[in-house]
Design a protein around this ligand. Sequence first.
Ligand SMILES: Cc1cc2nc3c(=O)[nH]c(=O)nc-3n(C[C@H](O)[C@H](O)[C@H](O)COP(=O)(O)O)c2cc1C
Length: 388
Amino acid sequence: MVGIDPFAPARLGPIDLRNRFIKAATFEGRTPKRVVTPELIEFHRRFAAGGVGMTTVAYCAVTRAGSTDGHQVVLDNPEVGGGLRDLTDAVHAEGAAIAAQIGHAGPVANPTGTKSPALAPSRVFSPLGMRRTHAATPAAIATIVEQYAHGAGVLLDAGFDAIEVHIGHGYLLSAFLSPKLNRRTDEFGGSLENRARFSLDVVRAVRAAAGRDVAVTAKINMTDGVRGGFWLDESVEFARMLEADGSLDALTLTGGSSFENPMYLFRGEAPVAEMAEMFPGILKIGVKLVGGRFFKEYPFEEAYFLPYARQFRAALDLPLVLLGGINRLDTVAHALDEGFAFVQMGRALLREPELLLEMRKDPTRESLCIHCNKCMPTIYTGTRCVIG
Ligand SMILES: Cc1cc2nc3c(=O)[nH]c(=O)nc-3n(C[C@H](O)[C@H](O)[C@H](O)COP(=O)(O)O)c2cc1C
């Protein structure tokens, strides 16, 4: 193969990965009591055995209030560290590195599960919680920054190689960036500089707590995929601010909003009927009737975020991770040739955790994922491909 070999080792900040493939965070649905389970360990061990350079533990919440529905690993729980160490040991034993995504759900949270009101930059109606969110006070923002730092320290102690700060998909930090959701008039609202302040405070705090031996990255929205939301003109500028700040080793580029437009993240079929089945009683009927409006469909294309991601490649020197609809080895090779440092793959690896072993044997071997997105509702029962 000419150009950069996707299977050759590469450096991500202070760490070495055995190749350019990172398993994207796909919430596992294997942590009902908010701590690591044997099922979660086995889930990640399989991707590691399947040859990824690094697997990403999805969405570790800084606190229970920052989880989406109370079923995520929560990093301020003193009981969580031992299980996390078992998880990193199991992945390392297969020769892969392991990252954890750290986040606060903000408006994406369902208050029934978290037992706390959903926080947002400003008060807005949440279709997920079916009530209005609370506007975070400056004191709450300062506390959350400290909670991120604490969480990063827990991940460092548990042996993680990398920490991915979640600044996408309408979660708390992403919501602060949105001109639509952030109507504040204090130092966290208004100008892009003000809307970006919370994210910058968090990445600095995470870097300070994680030290310099762990890679710190962020997953950021290039666009929220909604009218009046965060878009390229500002997201490229935001990425420049992150680059100038110097806390991060790489940026992973995503888009869409679990709060406002979830299918923009994924493209392909909207699994409305299957999602409806996950809701109790009257909500089930509601999702069936109006779910089509929330789960708006977009046609799937290979590497669908590439045209937007190129805007960032042209503007920045920071290593970038391409994500979104990557199913073929030639897509990865072209992305590396264009200057992307790594790729993240989610659904293709859910469909076949051993896909990379197959691609190594036969470089023309494509993923079997058909983007039906029926894996989405399985986050409530143990995330899996419903075909495999
Ligand atoms: C079942 C499922 C769960 C997901 N959970 C998360 C998550 O917890 N955090 C996150 O940032 N993205 C999450 N994602 C989005 C993926 O990380 C990725 O951005 C998206 O699937 C597009 O990549 P792909 O085309 O390679 O699947 C999830 C995706 C799926 C399919």
